[in-house]
Design a protein around this ligand. Structure first.
Ligand SMILES: *Cc1c(COP(=O)(O)O)cnc(C)c1O
Length: 463
């Protein structure tokens, strides 16, 4: 399979090059040159596959013969053997109209493990095959850092450095990152906020000589491997419902959205032929994407801190991939729109395009009080505890589903990761033992000032 850039100036490159490139060299995002189409027969054959078997089939379509099937199978098996549920991503029936797709059974209790366990193993495979050390550099507001570290800790040929804003991630997130004692992991706790961390990373990646000398690689959600890994659970969830006799026609998915990576994976699954009805886009008070779906204008608003910090995002880094398909794979138009966005700070689509957007997505923005109220209600009614991100998706599902619809809400994190919000509701939760154990472990992190030079000095020591 070949990959090309949404802005038309990169391509065609193979899968491994696309993974290593991360952001396309022309500033765009990499997409498969053609989206594989699945027949009803193929879907019927895949119905009984286990999660790893299904992942292997889907990845094979996008990787082709660049990775021999036996190697790919080992990568997939290793990546999902670390999950605590035999189904990897089980669907829990909460009530007749609401199914919860639990994506938090990986090592760090957030859905990012699903893609980052695979990407970690893939980087390690590439490093062995090409006999080169890979240095991963990333910034996190919490979940990505923990998942990425867990994906590569102790692996030969890989070193990872994650920047997080000092004192501004949840306690559990901080412990998950800083109690890892493998020598190939460096946590820099930056005196500043998440935007400072992201700016430093961006500028270090822009230093081409530095980037090339140290083989710097990215792990953020614009990496095409992450998107592909996330398509698998849409299929697997659909098949679980089908096998239980709970889905005969289309199924809706409600997706708590920040950078648009997760919901874009659902969009891709639908384009491949999975019978998805509505893709429900749930935001918190940072509702740029909700406004886009309602009004056709994509324009950052005021930044809000919410109970769902992993969705506190104004500019969704994967959104450009959707624009590319909205405009019929016309890279020149996408490049023009992204230039306009840089210049004017917004993108407005015409009425016919807005109609298409509203066919592709339904959207709902959840206010802070509604988020907490949803957690409380679902706990009272069903004894099922939602984390604040998942609660946004459940609130959106309740708002947007029509009578008779089958809707699956994606549970993107375990509530134990966001104990601070759950405590506000005076709900007592019992932490899983793996999280409980973190509180007794020593932490390892280096405090640094929020400047490129300070971070670079630490990196040079580490490399
Ligand atoms: C990252 C994250 C999201 C948002 O996912 P995107 O792919 O950025 O849209 C939602 N919930 C949780 C818990 C996350 O960690």
């Amino acid at each position: 399979m070949d990959y090309i850039s949404t802005r038309g100036k990169v391509g065609a490159i193979g899968f491994i090059d696309a993974v290593l490139m991360g952001l396309a060299d022309d500033g765009g995002l990499l997409v498969p040159k053609t989206i594989p189409q699945l027949s009803a027969d193929t879907l019927a054959q895949w119905r009984q596959l286990s999660y790893p078997e299904l992942a292997l089939e889907l990845f094979s379509l996008y990787i082709g013969n660049e990775i021999p099937r036996a190697d790919l199978q080992k990568l997939v098996d290793d990546s999902y053997a670390t999950f605590r549920s035999p189904d990897v991503t089980p669907v829990r029936r909460v009530d007749d109209n609401l199914e919860i797709l639990e994506l938090f059974h990986g090592p760090t209790f957030a859905f990012k493990d699903i893609a980052l366990q695979f990407l970690g193993n893939l980087y390690s495979y590439i490093s062995r095959r090409e006999n080169a050390v890979i240095h991963i550099l990333g910034a996190t507001s919490g979940d990505t850092g923990a998942s990425a570290i867990e994906g590569v800790r102790g692996k030969e040929g890989i070193r990872i450095c994650i920047l997080h804003p000092h004192g501004k991630v949840s306690k559990v997130q901080e412990l998950q990152m800083t109690t890892v004692d493998d020598a190939n992991v460096l946590n820099l706790s930056v005196d500043g906020n998440f935007d400072d961390c992201q700016r430093i990373i961006k500028e270090l990646f822009a230093d081409v000589a530095f980037k090339q000398q140290y083989h710097l690689r990215a792990i953020n959600s614009i990496n095409i491997a992450r998107v592909l890994a996330q398509t698998v659970y849409y299929f697997y969830a659909y098949f679980q419902l089908e096998n239980r006799g709970q889905a005969s026609g289309t199924v809706n998915f409600s997706v708590p959205t920040g950078n648009f990576g997760d919901i874009f994976a659902g969009f891709l699954a639908k384009r491949m032929g999975l019978p998805i009805g509505k893709l429900m886009l749930a935001t918190n008070e940072n509702n740029i994407l909700e406004r886009f779906v309602r009004e056709g204008v994509y324009e950052p608003g005021e930044f809000h801190m919410t109970y769902s910090p992993s969705m506190d995002i104004q500019v969704a880094s994967n959104f450009e991939r959707y624009l590319y398909y909205l405009y019929g794979e016309d890279a020149a138009t996408v490049a023009m729109l992204m230039d306009a966005f840089k210049r004017d700070g917004k993108i407005a689509v015409p009425a016919d395009k807005l109609q298409q957007v509203q066919k592709d997505f339904a959207a709902y923005g959840v206010q802070n009080d509604e988020c907490l109220a949803t957690i409380g209600e679902v706990q009272d009614e069903y004894g099922y505890l939602l984390d604040p991100h998942t609660a946004c998706g459940v609130a959106a599902a309740r708002k947007l589903a029509a009578p008779g619809d089958v809707t699956v809400a994606l549970a993107t994190a375990h509530p134990a990761k966001f104990g601070e919000a759950i405590e506000l509701l005076q709900i007592e939760q019992k932490f899983p033992p793996q999280i409980e154990a973190l509180f007794d472990k020593p932490q390892r992190q280096t405090l640094v000032g929020g400047t490129n030079d300070a971070v670079k000095a630490e990196l040079l020591k580490f490399f």
